[in-house]
Write a protein that binds this ligand. Sequence first.
Ligand SMILES: C[S@@+](CC[C@H](N)C(=O)[O-])C[C@H]1O[C@@H](n2cnc3c(N)ncnc32)[C@H](O)[C@@H]1O
Length: 270
Amino acid sequence: MEALRVSHKSLSPSSVQAKYPLLKALLVQVLSFVVCFAFAVIAKKFYGYVFIPFTFLLLLLFHSFLSLLISLLLKSEWWWNVIAFIFPIFVSLGLYLQISSALSLVIFLFLFFVFGTTLTTRVPYFPSHSSLSERLLEFFSDKEKLQLLDAGSGLGGLIIDLSKARPDWKLTGVEISSFPWLFSFLRSKILRRQNVKFQLGSYEYLNFEKFDVVFAYLSPVVMSEIWKKVQYEMVPGSIFMSYEFPVDGEPPSFEIQVSEKGAILYVWQM
Ligand SMILES: C[S@@+](CC[C@H](N)C(=O)[O-])C[C@H]1O[C@@H](n2cnc3c(N)ncnc32)[C@H](O)[C@@H]1O
């Protein structure tokens, strides 16, 4: 754990860029906007037709493609390339539709409280496949009083599903994002699941030692970090599972195909 914190303190500029992709995305938009604005001013000065709708659309497309190009040149991840492309279009659409500032604020706050932590964690919320809980129930069918952690529990779907089928298991979800955590917490209270605990916070500050199983569905960018923590804290005989994302250079003990369309569940026996 300490080793992880120390490594965060000594981030190089390139790792800062990798850790804060929003800064890169902002740079992409500022650069492409400046170029497009200069282009528009020059075109208006010499030809005088920039704000005719047709030419505005062309300029908008130019802006989007330019953002995409800069994003690609800066080697952003693919989803940031998509965002770079659609961002100018959505901003223009918002201005065109004259969305009220109050509504914009509500949408912004909602998105911020659901996805805001992604800016630092680089792990957005998306649910795992619905058949995952069935596979886990099958896999651990003979285990009684299992202590399982979902590191990054999102809306709590997986933990809630497991808790219904196995009231003897002790299930913990830890979630860094406030709205998803609140949703899962209320869900467990309304459903009166006694064997479930949802904690608000980062799994980085939770000791994995007491868990028999740690499950993670995170993102490729954090796998090597969580792997260090797993190795440092998990006890022999315990199990670490990662849905969809393997750990570079660390072959799993085995893999489980969750469903025909679902991703692979990688399993490491400690
Ligand atoms: C892909 S979702 C998976 C949700 C859930 N485990 C499932 O299987 O449906 C990843 C979740 O991890 C959360 N997360 C990311 N980094 C985290 C951290 N350091 N500590 C706790 N939660 C984190 C995100 O906010 C997101 O809700």
